[in-house]
Design a protein around this ligand. Structure first.
Ligand code: SF4
Length: 613
């Protein structure tokens, strides 16, 4: 295979995507009883290698002598063409073993628009797309990540879904597999063992039954001992959890070339549109000492010249000022630049930003999400107009020349007055700058994304705007914002948001359209240049999948939702109560001020509960 591969690699644009052998990548002698696992990221190498979850799991699994975790990514179109022409199967980067020869093939599902790439990886590996067409000689196909919280669109494709923290799930699943192998069990026996693990969903053990109106009437269990609902696996605390101090360092530039330390997991704020804010609860923090130690070791072991922190909201770390101070002096001493994403813009953050960015001020980012206080209360954003203007004023006084504002359109309860609010905020900021700095170079960028209702959020029942409504709203904004001097306006494609919405709340039947779209040539749907909306429409039509049923339809609280089988730990009663509060524009406090009863503490202690109460 290697000589053949060498020949192919000479003809592709970026051979380094496929050769492996990077600093800190695993290199193990292969033993006959070793469990071989291929971790597949359904996008390009550059995107996948910037994903911390892969580095964490790769590190944890390869510490085990009897497990070899290797990697594969979605090849670029040039490489794919050559693989197909030369009849060469997709392989792992570490040993160039065909993926088909692995015991397990595992996908991380980070976004719905990568689903066709999952199919492409299966196809390029020579594996049938549907699980029922694969036999026991094929690897067991597993999948995790945020999209596994609504696994149904991929339920005919994936054998086992892992819902929850991968650090807990993968070692447990592989432990069961070894026991099952040692006992000489069949694959079916292994599934029956695995289904008893918390967080394991095996779709072949369940069959949804639909009514005439297309809604699910019930889900039949095909194996009596399979659980009624799958409670996600939860890492109880982060402090003692494994974290890589020697992550792989790619040979080529990736999206993020830097050392990264996860400071905490989860979020207490409760934005009602945000899936991550719900499904990763509760907040679990690493200690400051541990964060610093991990950062120092990672920098030493990688030679990276930039350090970044990862969490859902950097400045929500409970001792953020001390942490930032410590890291700033550490980075200064070692000539490393520090990047602190998603800061809450208070006076302390400005002090930090001044220190770490100095004269090289990149754009300053705010995410008010909605243009009026009423709508920000509907979504429980917890930011006031005063917060925005106060932060902008400080930024302008400190010399920022680029302000980026992120909003969403199509939010529940949104009116055109709310959209006018977006324009007013942009105009006010331009005016503020003129008053503070006079004329001169200055720009406000307004970026508008489209609201996609997500499973396991308070808005999971809500209708998405139709493509026409989105277009009307975009034109409304464009008419006002484009003529404004000093304002740049961007908005997301309506078509991709529609597709994302179908699969975010799709049921098992939508998988048919997915497979058909792939057969018709769809892949890399998240890439504007590759996205083929009309082909998708053809796939929906040919498979009888009505996209509107999944996008623009409001669900009742009584309807059985395709993802009800998954228990995120947050109670349905809480999600309903939050949706009802949204309708009245009533806010709910951050649970650092006191528990608001989401139900998570029934499963695991909440260490941040009421710390600011
Ligand atoms: S149980 Fe209470 S403290 Fe814990 S995450 Fe939910 S709301 Fe917050």
């Amino acid at each position: 295979m290697n000589a053949h591969l060498d020949n192919i690699l000479k003809r592709v644009e970026k051979p380094a995507r496929y050769i492996g052998g990077e600093l800190n990548s695993a290199n193990k002698p292969i033993k006959p009883d070793m469990l071989r696992f291929c971790f597949a990221f359904p996008d390009t190498y550059e995107i996948g290698m910037s994903y911390l979850g892969m580095q964490i799991l790769y590190h944890i699994l390869n510490k085990e002598e009897h497990i070899f975790c290797e990697r594969t990514f979605c090849p670029g179109l040039d490489m794919e063409q050559l693989l197909r022409e030369e009849n060469m199967p997709l392989f792992t980067l570490e040993t160039k073993t065909p993926v088909r020869e692995m015991d397990f093939l595992g996908f991380t599902l980070q976004y719905e628009l990568s689903f066709t790439n999952v199919l492409n990886i299966l196809d390029l590996s020579g594996l049938p797309l549907r699980r029922q067409d694969r036999d026991d000689s094929c690897p067991i196909v597993i999948a995790g990540g945020p999209c596994a919280y609504n696994p149904e669109p991929l339920a005919d494709i994936v054998d086992i879904f892992l819902v929850g923290d991968g650090e807990v799930l993968l070692p447990q699943l592989f432990g069961e597999y070894r026991l099952s192998q040692a006992a000489g069990e069949s694959r079916e026996d292994f599934y029956k063992r695995a289904v008893k693990l918390q967080g394991v969903y095996i779709p072949k053990f369940y069959e949804p039954v639909y009514g005439e109106d297309g809604q699910i009437i019930r889900v039949d269990k095909l194996y009596e001992e399979a659980p009624d609902r799958i409670l996600r696996a939860i890492l109880p605390e982060l402090e003692s959890a494994e974290f890589p101090v020697n992550p792989i360092v790619p040979f080529i530039e990736t999206v993020h070339d830097r050392a990264v330390v996860e400071t905490f997991r989860g979020c207490t704020r409760g934005c009602r549109f945000c899936q991550a804010g719900m499904i990763y609860r509760p907040v679990r923090e690493r200690s400051m000492m541990r964060i610093q130690e991990l950062a120092e070791k990672q920098l030493a072991n990688t030679g990276h010249e930039e350090l970044s922190l990862l969490s859902l909201s950097t400045s929500d770390y409970s001792r953020f000022e001390e942490l930032a101070g410590g890291l700033m002096s550490m980075c200064k001493n070692s000539n490393v630049s520090l990047s602190l994403p998603s800061l809450r813009l208070d006076s302390f953050s400005f002090k930090v930003l001044e220190e770490i960015q100095g004269y090289k001020k990149s754009g300053l980012t705010f995410a008010p999400e909605a243009g009026s206080q009423r709508l920000r209360d509907v979504i429980n954003k917890g930011i006031t107009e005063e917060d925005i203007y106060h932060a902008v004023e400080q930024a302008l006084e400190l010399g920022w020349k680029n302000i980026k504002l992120y909003f969403m359109s199509g939010l529940p309860e949104e009116t055109f007055e709310d959209l006018d609010g977006i324009c007013r905020i942009a105009a006010d900021i331009v005016e503020m700058n003129r008053n503070i700095n006079g004329k001169g170079r200055f720009n406000v960028t307004v970026s508008v994304s489209n609201f996609v209702p997500k499973a396991h959020t308070p808005f999971q029942w809500m209708a998405q705007d139709s493509a026409e409504q989105f277009r009307e709203k975009h034109f409304h904004l464009k008419d006002q914002l484009r003529p404004m001097r000093g304002v740049t306006f961007n908005y997301h494609s309506t078509e991709t948001s529609v597709l994302e919405a179908v699969f975010a709340r799709g049921d098992r039947r939508t998988g048919k359209a997915l497979i058909r779209a792939f057969e018709l040539g769809c892949k890399f749907d998240g890439w504007t240049e590759h996205f083929k909306y009309s082909t998708w429409m053809q796939a929906f039509e040919e498979t009888g999948v009505d996209k509107d049923f999944y996008t623009v339809r409001e669900r009742s609280y009584e309807e059985i939702l395709p993802w009800d089988i998954i228990d995120s730990g947050i109670s349905k009663a809480f999600l309903i109560a939050e949706n009802e509060r949204a309708k009245k524009a009533e806010t709910t406090q951050d649970c650092r001020k006191g528990c608001v009863g989401c139900g998570m503490n029934q499963h695991v202690p909440c260490e941040m509960e009421g710390i600011n109460g």
